[in-house]
Design a protein around this ligand. Structure first.
Ligand code: AMP
Length: 200
């Protein structure tokens, strides 16, 4: 029997990760674990963790690695146990997160079949996020914070894409086109990766 999909989404803010994550979850029957949503929920609930991370989210800075790893690890292992797979949106975001996550995932036999990155030109990302700000009023979607988040992505997260490319599991998707086209390309690529790398 073919395995359930295990995948990571790593893309700049505004690339459409959240929208595509929904489509992937539905198609492959896996749960989405979104680190951004997890942190926003903690902030909204006013938990101890939420109070600790609120400033980072507000400024568009990354939450320190130490606060991210255990949280994601627990969620991923729980999803694997219950459903056999996972889709992680927004992690890993630094090389240190990626190296540790990869080592642990290999040890536990739950490494990703595929790591998807959505490629969109910077000016398009800025426009999309400004529109989202008007629609949803996210506090980290003002222009100054948007530009800062893109800089943080280029500096901290872009090397993570190279890390998975070297491991041979990277799937690059041109996401500078309509949502449906991006979804179709993503689902097709993930289907192929799952077929090729699943221990059947
Ligand atoms: P997102 O919704 O994925 O853009 O994430 C929103 C915010 O949550 C980011 O700007 C960071 O402050 C924080 N965050 C989410 N995922 C991570 C992560 N893997 N490492 C560090 N900070 C994160």
């Amino acid at each position: 029997m073919q395995e359930r999909l295990r995948a990571l989404l790593i893309a700049p803010p505004g690339a459409g990760k959240g929208t595509q994550a929904k489509a992937i979850s539905e198609e492959f029957g896996v749960e989405t674990i979104s680190t951004g949503d997890m942190f926003r929920a903690e902030v909204a609930a006013g938990s101890a963790l939420g109070r600790e991370v609120a400033g980072y989210l507000e400024r568009g800075d990354l939450v320190p690695d130490g606060l991210v790893h255990e949280l994601v690890r627990a969620k991923v292992l729980d999803a694997v146990e219950r459903t056999g797979g996972y889709l992680v949106d927004g992690f890993p975001r630094t090389l240190a997160q990626a190296e540790r996550a990869h080592d642990e995932a290999v040890q536990l036999g739950v490494s990703a079949h595929a790591v998807v990155t959505f490629e969109v030109p910077r000016d398009v990302l800025v426009q999309r996020m400004l529109e989202r700000a008007r629609r949803e009023g996210r506090s980290d979607d003002d222009l100054k914070t948007i530009l800062h988040r893109l800089d943080v992505y280029d500096r901290e997260t872009a090397p993570v894409v190279g890390f998975y490319d070297e491991l041979g599991v990277l799937v690059r998707i041109d996401a500078n086109r309509g949502v449906e086209e991006v979804t179709a390309a993503t689902l097709a690529a993930l289907g192929e990766a799952l077929h090729a790398r699943s221990r059947s």
